[in-house]
Ligand binder design. Structure first.
Ligand code: ADP
Ligand code: MG
Length: 383
């Protein structure tokens, strides 16, 4: 997976005098950070992408941070990515996808929490965010097995070269008919958490298919929040968590950056049309954000672009005027899910969603004859 968003994270202190000669101190939200060392960070490889966990902290806390990196934080990332992956041995998603229609399975509390947030996002976006589109994602060549360099057809619907050959319409229709996420139920009992799979089946060429789940549009956001929460719980409040540069949980910034107030980060969001350029900046602290779009994972056949986000109304890669969407708000899992949905919905419905996504601000780049224009419900809140 490729990077979608870069951030400008380090800026020099405004006061350049030696500390011993200067009575000034830098206080951010009640904490004196004058003696905080530079940014410390570590990276992981989960969710098929880079995860960066960065903190500013006093020198004496370095060992404590390192033991969290190697312990609780690594364990949490490992657990979440294993449970939600398409093919891991411990994956709840894999167990669901292999189960018979109508089956009930016990799931981990983490999977239940992610699915609860997915249900909320599904409701909030009129079904535009829909994790039950896994078969369609796979049909169009965007599930994880296509990341492998040695892809070769293994399913009845696979093509030799999926980037030049379109799938059979019969499969598009069949997989669409299996994507009603409201048919799958999740619930909590005294002894744990359960999921009951949609009873729908569809047959093509003598093979019976059942509903499958894909939580990659929400899992990275969920993980970003979990890691930020572990840091906060242990007293680290200056830093950020960045998963794949598309899902982030930002805490506070200990360094003053130009153009904004103490404590805030400058987040620069990549242009959907000009490589290496940014199309807007936002200044935020103690907030999560996510970006989705059609310009990182896609192929083109004729004059149509086929990207990795599927429209639940058609079962095909989405076509809308939204090239990319960024969402800012409290919960990174919801930011992640909403940003995917805003692309599918298109600008008119995206802006109309303002009343549903209370407390979440978003910006969409909308295609025009002259490139793109920027629409937002942020109204100055990102400055
Ligand atoms: P990324 O995972 O690259 O950050 P997104 O957050 O936008 O990008 O998630 C897109 C992924 O979610 C796709 O690669 C696919 O696995 C899955 N997906 C595709 N269409 C939808 C949809 N309409 N709703 C929910 N998940 C989707
Ligand atoms: Mg997303």
């Amino acid at each position: 997976m490729t990077k979608k968003m870069l951030k400008t994270v380090v800026a020099a202190l405004a006061v350049a005098l030696p500390v011993s000669l200067c009575a000034c101190s830098v206080v951010v939200d009640g904490t004196d950070v004058t003696d905080y060392t530079g940014m410390q960070y570590t990276t992981y490889d989960f969710f098929n992408t880079n995860t960066t966990v960065s903190c500013y902290l006093p020198a004496e806390d370095t060992d404590k941070l390192k033991s969290l990196w190697d312990g609780e934080i690594r364990d949490a990332l490992d657990k979440i990515s294993s449970l939600l992956s398409q093919d891991g041995e411990k994956s709840d998603v894999k167990a669901f996808n292999r189960a018979q229609a109508g089956a009930t399975l016990k799931i981990d509390a983490v999977t239940y929490e992610v699915l609860s947030l997915a249900k909320q996002a599904y409701a909030d976006t009129d079904g535009a965010f829909n994790p039950a589109l896994a078969l369609s994602v796979d049909l169009w060549g965007f599930s994880t097995r296509f990341n492998e360099a040695d892809y070769s057809p293994s399913q009845p619907y696979d093509r030799e070269d999926y980037k030049t050959q379109l799938p059979d319409e019969e499969y598009v229709e069949a997989f669409l008919s299996l994507s009603d996420f409201s048919e799958t139920e999740i619930y909590a009992e005294d002894d744990g958490y359960y999921i009951t799979k949609s009873a729908s089946v569809a047959e093509v060429g003598g093979v019976v298919y059942t509903q499958q789940l894909d939580l990659s549009g929400i899992g990275k956001g969920y993980a970003a929040d979990v890691v930020a929460e572990i840091l906060r719980k242990n007293g680290f409040v200056f830093g950020y968590v960045d998963i794949g540069a598309s899902s982030m949980s930002l805490m506070k910034n200990a360094r003053k950056e130009a153009g904004t107030e103490l404590g805030k980060w400058t987040v620069s969001v990549l242009s959907p049309t000009e490589s290496g350029k940014y199309y807007f900046k936002a200044y935020v602290k103690d907030a999560s954000l996510a970006t989705s779009g059609n310009y990182q994972q896609y192929y083109e056949i004729g004059d149509r672009r086929y990207s990795h986000i599927i429209d639940p109304h058609t079962g095909e890669p989405y076509i809308s005027d939204v090239l990319t969407a960024s969402v800012f708000g409290e919960n990174a899992a919801l930011c992640d899910a909403y940003s995917t949905a805003l692309c599918v919905l298109g600008s008119e419905k995206a802006i109309a969603l303002d009343s549903e996504l209370q407390g979440y601000t978003y910006t969409v780049a909308v295609e025009t004859d002259q490139g793109f224009k920027v629409l937002s419900n942020a109204d100055g809140k990102l400055v």
